[in-house]
Design a protein around this ligand. Structure first.
Ligand SMILES: [Zn+2]
Ligand SMILES: [Zn+2]
Length: 163
């Protein structure tokens, strides 16, 4: 991983802001997230989190995560913004995924972009790696951080709550 600075950071923040605009369309009742995938300064996929197919009959946002069996490893309610962006890129720009970079942002309750903690979503980390996305970007308190996707996947599986 490395933190961006100067022009690189400025450009990355433009894409993070773009992801934030997309996040404002999210319909998840727990949090609003957005993601864009970029290759050669072109957005090749984007997405926000909401129930599958945006179907209200599939909405799980109000369900307690404790109510699921341990075999239900994905207890998150909605399709993640990164999953959506990856599926969008696979559908619309499958030839541009190799070498691409995924940007992710979560909005706080008043709709402003919030800084991310350490990587932990193994659903998205595996999917991004398998699809061939090269880099994954999170905006931490320390700055805009670029991870190689294989590194991002390994770190996600190593996640530990800070004590
Ligand atoms: Zn939800
Ligand atoms: Zn995820």
């Amino acid at each position: 991983m490395r933190y961006l600075s100067g022009e690189e950071e400025k450009k990355a923040l433009e894409y993070i802001n773009k992801a934030a605009q997309i996040a404002s369309d999210a319909t998840c009742e727990r949090s609003k997230c957005g993601s864009v995938i970029v290759n050669n300064n072109e957005i090749i996929g984007s997405g926000f989190n909401s129930p599958p197919q945006n179907r209200e009959d599939q909405r799980k946002c109000s369900y307690s995560k404790d109510s699921y069996h341990e075999k239900v490893t994905d207890k998150t309610c909605c399709v993640h913004a990164e999953q959506r962006a990856i599926m969008d890129a696979l559908r619309t720009n499958p030839d541009k995924i190799i070498g691409s970079r995924l940007y992710f942002i979560r909005l706080d309750n008043d709709g402003t972009p919030s800084r991310a903690g350490k990587p932990y979503c193994t659903i998205c980390s595996k999917m991004a790696l398998d699809a061939g996305i090269e880099e994954f970007v999170l905006w931490h308190d320390e700055g805009v951080c670029v991870y190689k996707t294989d590194e991002y996947n390994s770190l996600s599986f190593q996640y530990k709550e800070k004590i």
